[in-house]
Design a protein around this ligand. Structure first.
Ligand code: NAP
Length: 210
């Protein structure tokens, strides 16, 4: 029996209710059986700010998804000792038994719009169905300029409630406004106890752990 698997790829710095809602909505609309959250280990493209250590982002993702039978978290990209590329992650899922026809790679619109900079991006449509979860009001016109092979393979899922962003959460945690009701309670407690995002500067979102 085939098991449709959605890979939820992202930096998850931190994971929030928007991600959880997006994962669930994609699961339901595309009839996906299970969603595997794959926090990016060493995002090859993040130069604008320091990213929170992978183990913290992994721990928060575990806490956020605990107890949801259809959700799990993979350490695949975190344990890769080199920059993580989606093509390698998809190949690893396929090598472990999920055929490309049952594999969905779900990520945000911003990330997807830069797909032409990703390693071996033209191979991705042969390895999975690409899914992009969008926030209301996002301009999706940029997708028109992507290669036809990518556009033909792409599924767009608008998530009406997906208004929360990790950037806003880091800002709120940094200036003491709190993140209650934006992230699961256990993630909020983790952010507090680990001292994450305390030194976020509004201008450059620099992150440090105390
Ligand atoms: P990101 O910073 O995590 O997210 C970019 C945007 O998409 C943000 O607005 C983010 O919202 C949203 N988002 C993130 N994950 C989402 C998800 N699963 N569903 C819906 N929205 C989501 O993106 P990124 O670090 O560029 O990477 C996203 C994925 O693309 C990762 O799996 C990464 O490994 C992959 N990628 C691969 C390559 C490559 O192969 N060379 C290059 C770039 C990216 P929040 O800010 O609220 O999270």
């Amino acid at each position: 029996m085939s098991i449709k698997t959605g890979i939820m790829g992202g930096t998850f710095d931190p994971i929030h209710y928007g991600h959880l809602l997006a994962a669930e909505e994609c699961r339901r609309r595309l009839d996906i059986d299970r969603i595997v959250f794959v926090p990016a280990g060493s995002p090859p493209h993040k130069t604008e700010r320091r990213v929170t250590p992978a183990e913290d982002r992994y721990a928060m993702t575990l806490l956020a998804t605990a107890g949801v039978p259809e959700f799990s978290v993979s350490r695949m990209e975190i344990e890769r000792k080199r920059p993580t590329h989606t093509v390698d992650t998809l190949r690893e899922f396929i090598a472990r038994g999920t055929p490309p026809g049952d594999l969905f790679f779900i990520t945000g619109l911003d990330a997807l719009l830069s797909i032409e900079t990703w390693v071996d991006y033209m191979l991705l449509p042969t390895l999975c169905t690409l899914v992009t979860a969008t926030r209301p009001g996002y301009d999706v016109q940029g997708l028109d300029s992507l290669p036809e092979r990518i556009r033909d393979n792409l599924r767009l899922v608008e998530i009406p409630e997906f208004a929360i962003s990790s950037t806003e959460i880091r800002r709120r945690a940094g200036d003491g406004r709190g993140v209650r009701f934006l992230v699961p309670r256990l993630v909020e407690a983790y952010i507090e106890s680990a001292g994450l995002y305390r030194n976020v500067e509004a201008s450059n979102m620099e992150v440090s752990r105390q």
